[in-house]
Design a binder for this molecule. Structure first.
Ligand code: MN
Length: 447
């Protein structure tokens, strides 16, 4: 599954940054999360930790020590659970301390139980520690205790670390720019999402329950080798689509309504993030079609705008202007687009942002602002473009025929030197493509 050379390169890229700041790096994987009583959610490694190690076992940590005086090269120590025949019968196979160095290309592996005892010795004379705090209170407490021990020891010849630095300018900045290898994973995830969304369109019919399409998506994700959904699927029929993070997915799908599906497969823990909205019965009504065309036009205009040198926020602004002009055209909003943009008169129908970064995390890491201004897009960044329109079922400011229509269209877009590439291309999107897909047909040349 994981590719040790890829993760080794990631560590080398990070170590170069750490060396410049004379900093050690300390990375933990996710903690087990209890679902109820003694049942846990399925484990998923922490994204920085996975990026650096390709190691998916729980209870592990990575310590990166940059070159110190008299040391030939940086040290990389992986802490993990050791082999344990008895425990492995209950909770599954373990790589173990002996096999880890060659399997994961790290210098050294030690049992996780030793981590906190080892740290005061390993971290002495490191000027800074790059780590993420605020996730696990107990871990933060142990880290502070370690620093305190080092300060006590400072009466000798030991220099304690003076600064704790957040990972944001380090791993998060590196992860924002995707390598070819990462893009291969993201294209793979996108391809599986394409198959799943197309299957949902084909399967949809009045009388099905949202949960049946939810299960179908999961089935398509898993049988195609994905680790599963990159985030909780949203399958929202009718007015449920106006609840942005609707995840109950348990209501009947009705004739004449739309269904909004926001679901993306994960590949090697890289996310895809796709939304499509289509008629439950396969044919758009006049109002649904008119509103769909407005959202689609906004999305296509915003995607066309994506290229190096434009600001992140300008993608949102371009989509927003197209939406507001469309709302005015349809009579949903009254007034001049300019004024409606200024006084946010559109917020009743469009209350979220158009884009976020995408990568190992669905809302991926990476700063959106630089020097107080929206960051400029650069090749290698991947962002979503996902405008929408949500008319509340009880919105009496519009004629009843518009009420309860919720539409979002979302694709994943890579910034390339020449402009952009839509990673999720090929998922039915125009009215014609969507209706054909619902009818079980594929349009020739559909994109
Ligand atoms: Mn999204």
């Amino acid at each position: 599954m994981s590719d040790p050379a890829f993760h080794e390169q990631n560590r080398e890229r990070l170590v170069r940054l750490l060396r410049d700041r004379r900093a050690a790096g300390l990375f933990f994987t996710s903690a087990h999360k209890v679902r109820n009583h003694d049942c846990e959610y399925r484990f998923r490694p922490e994204s920085d930790f996975w990026w650096l190690t390709g190691f998916a076992e729980p209870e592990s940590a990575l310590l990166l020590l940059p070159t110190l005086e008299g040391q030939a090269r940086p040290r990389q120590i992986l802490y993990l659970r050791d082999r344990d025949r008895e425990r492995e019968i209950w909770t599954g196979r373990r790589l173990g301390v002996t096999a880890a160095p060659s399997a994961l290309r790290v210098d050294e592996a030690r049992p996780i139980e030793r981590l906190w005892d080892d740290l005061p010795t390993l971290l002495k004379n490191q000027e800074r520690i790059v780590t993420r705090t605020g996730l696990e209170p107990e871990r933060d407490r142990q880290l502070l205790e370690t620093l305190t021990k080092l300060r006590w020891a400072a009466r000798g010849m030991v220099v304690p670390p003076l600064e704790l630095l957040d990972v944001a300018p380090f791993t998060h900045e590196l992860r924002l720019f995707k390598t070819e290898r990462e893009l291969e994973h993201m294209r793979r995830a996108a391809g599986i999402s394409r198959a799943a969304h197309s299957a949902a369109m084909r399967a949809s019919k009045p009388g099905l329950n949202e949960c049946e399409l939810d299960a179908l998506l999961e089935h398509e994700f898993r049988r195609r080798g994905s680790t599963g959904a990159a985030y909780t699927n949203i399958v929202a029929g009718g007015a449920n689509a106006c609840i942005l993070h609707y995840v109950e997915n348990d209501q009947p799908l009705r004739d004449g309504e739309l269904v909004l599906i926001d679901a993306g497969a994960e590949w090697e823990y890289y996310a895809s993030d796709v939304t499509r909205t289509f008629p439950v019965n396969g044919r758009f009504s006049a109002e649904q079609k008119a509103l769909y065309e407005v959202v689609l036009q906004a999305q296509l205009t915003a995607i066309a705008h994506v290229r190096p040198g434009v600001s992140f926020v300008s993608v949102h602004e371009v989509a927003l202007r197209a939406l507001v002009e469309g709302f005015v055209r349809l009579g949903l909003l009254v007034g001049k687009a300019e004024e409606l943009l200024a006084n946010e008169g559109y917020r009743r129908f469009y209350m979220h942002r158009t884009s976020h970064w995408l990568g190992l995390d669905v809302h991926d890491c990476g700063a959106y602002v630089r020097d107080g201004a929206s960051r400029l897009l650069e090749p290698g960044m991947v962002l979503t473009v996902e405008p929408g329109c949500y008319v509340a079922p009880d919105d009496e400011s519009v004629p009843s025929r518009w009420r309860g229509i919720g539409i979002r269209i979302e694709d994943d877009v890579l910034v390339t030197p020449a402009g952009h590439e839509v990673l999720t291309a090929g998922i039915p999107k125009t009215v014609e493509e969507v209706e054909a897909a619902c009818a079980g047909r594929t349009l020739a040349g559909a994109t």
